[in-house]
Design a protein around this ligand. Structure first.
Ligand SMILES: C[S@@+](CC[C@H](N)C(=O)[O-])C[C@H]1O[C@@H](n2cnc3c(N)ncnc32)[C@H](O)[C@@H]1O
Length: 273
């Protein structure tokens, strides 16, 4: 967030300097001025090594703000829009985990990983609860818990899941919740918290419990298995057994004891979805 603010301010300073020096008449044309600011903000973000996905946001932010202002909408609309975004995405700047959802094919691949016996499953950051709904319908014998800290997203998940008796949607920070009661822990987060998740999972998860991470691998840990999903984005489910894994030492690659990497292509298994 600080990086984004710095890029915007740098962009504004550079655009203002350039315009005042070379084309002062442009300063009365808000859209052109905003477009130049956007260009410099994107450049500044790139130079500050900001994430690539911020570039279009920097390019478009000020021009869109100028266009929106021209629409003459009442000021409360902006406040309401900001509140909606805040309640939906909450502190993404801190958690570094935005909202995106597990698709139906990947949900199906995850359902295939559930053992025949009934177990307890937790979704760390359950979003709108759509993954849990699919799993709960597929496996009414299992118990599913979802934690979500964004209030509006949680409310959506709670409302859409409360009719299913085997789902519990909880509002709160999953980092504060122990993982010892679950046989499968599911995470679809981002690369940033994966090391922290591992540090939490290893002492807390019970022996043989499975940690499944959609798309993001734990650094330097060999998964027990990678499930490749035949969806458009080539999702991968990284499967670990944290209680039974050791980290590679400096002398060699090191793997989980007695395991080798297995890559399973889940194709057709979830065609029914
Ligand atoms: C990428 S989404 C995944 C949603 C869902 N698990 C799925 O796969 O469809 C991650 C979710 O985790 C939530 N989240 C991030 N950090 C969290 C935390 N510390 N506690 C609870 N929820 C969190 C975000 O608000 C977001 O809704």
């Amino acid at each position: 967030m600080r990086h984004a603010l710095a890029a915007q301010l740098l962009g504004a300073a550079l655009a203002a300097g350039l315009i005042l020096l070379f084309v002062p008449s442009l300063i009365v044309q808000p859209l052109a001025t905003a477009a130049i600011q956007g260009l410099f903000a994107a450049l500044a973000s790139h130079l500050l090594r900001g994430p690539v996905w911020w570039l279009p946001i920097h390019l478009a932010f000020m021009p869109l703000a100028v266009l929106a202002r021209g629409m003459g909408l009442p000021s409360w609309i902006w406040l309401a829009g900001f509140a909606m975004l805040l309640l939906t995405f909450w502190r993404t700047d801190r958690s570094r985990v935005p909202l995106y959802l597990t698709n139906a094919l990947t949900s199906g691949a995850l359902a295939e990983l559930l053992p025949d016996a009934p177990i307890a499953v937790i979704d760390l950051g359950c979003g709108d609860g759509s993954l849990l709904r699919r799993l709960a319908r597929a496996r009414p014998d299992c118990r599913f818990v979802g934690f979500e800290h964004a209030p509006l997203t949680w409310a959506w998940a709670w409302l859409s899941c409360h009719r299913l008796p085997n789902i519990e949607i909880r509002l709160g920070d999953f980092w504060a919740h122990p993982l010892s009661n679950y046989s499968l822990v599911y995470a679809f987060l981002s690369p940033v918290p994966m090391q922290r998740l591992w540090n939490k999972a290893k002492p807390e998860m019970k022996a043989d419990a499975l940690l499944v991470s959609n798309s993001f691998a734990v650094p330097d840990i060999q998964p027990e298995r990678i499930v490749e999903v035949a969806d458009g984005r080539h999702s991968r489910l990284y499967c670990y057994r944290p209680a039974d894994t050791y980290r590679p030492g400096p002398a060699g690659p090191g793997h989980k004891r007695g395991d080798c990497l297995a890559i399973s292509a889940i194709e057709g298994a979830v065609d029914a979805q």
